[in-house]
Design a protein around this ligand. Structure first.
Ligand code: SIN
Ligand code: MN
Length: 198
């Protein structure tokens, strides 16, 4: 385990077969609930495309950041694949089951600005993040914006736990090395974050 300002990074927690199986499950999720590029609350289109699985899913538009019971199309979000729930139980056995799995797809040039995950009700519950595909430079700060930060590369199969004192740590993705992994035939990176929302 690597500690990045209180955030726990478990390199290569998932082997190649598990990564491939997960990609397959996530394709199924995106077939039911297609990826979309949300706008920030300031009206700027995000470079990351997203979808969700679970009883609710994270959405963003000019009305703000929130969880909604349906995809923007009105369709229910698909269930969280068992494979993801198994990873959650293995990594954070003491936590309540997750309500949602947010799936982020980073194509060439996509990144994510520093932010806190704070649209959930219970910050005693961790966020578990899974990286698949291309390598990404992950930056972690403190619980206040603008403090000192540390970075590490996240690679395919790495699992990250954002919990405890670091649950509200600022974090973001500075850049993705497009084509650095063979997992996705067209390149790109998938990140899945499971969260307890209520
Ligand atoms: C996120 O903060 O929602 C995504 C983090 C990542 O892509 O690793
Ligand atoms: Mn986040």
């Amino acid at each position: 385990m690597i500690d990045v300002k209180g955030v726990s990074v478990f390199p290569e927690a998932l082997d190649a077969a598990e990564q491939a199986a997960l990609v397959d499950k996530l394709r199924g999720v995106a077939q039911v609930a297609p990826l979309f590029a949300p706008e920030t609350r300031f009206g700027k289109k995000m470079s990351v495309r997203m979808t969700s699985a679970g009883s609710c899913g994270w959405v963003s538009d000019r009305r703000g950041y929130r969880y909604e019971p349906t995809h923007p199309s009105g369709q229910d979000w698909p269930g969280i694949p068992d494979l993801l729930l198994e990873i959650w139980r293995a990594v954070v056995p003491e936590a309540r089951p997750p309500d949602t799995a947010l799936v982020n797809f980073y194509g060439d040039g996509a990144k994510m600005g520093m932010h806190q995950d704070r649209d959930e009700a219970d910050f005693t519950q961790p966020v578990v993040s899974i990286s698949l595909g291309d390598e990404a430079l992950f930056r972690v700060g403190g619980t206040e914006r603008g403090g000192k930060t540390e970075s590490c590369w996240l690679r395919s199969g790495d699992v990250v736990v954002i919990g405890g004192a670091a649950r509200l740590a600022y974090h973001g993705i500075d850049r993705v090395k497009h084509g650095s992994s063979m997992l996705l035939p067209q390149g790109g990176r998938i990140n899945v974050t499971m969260r307890v929302v209520t």
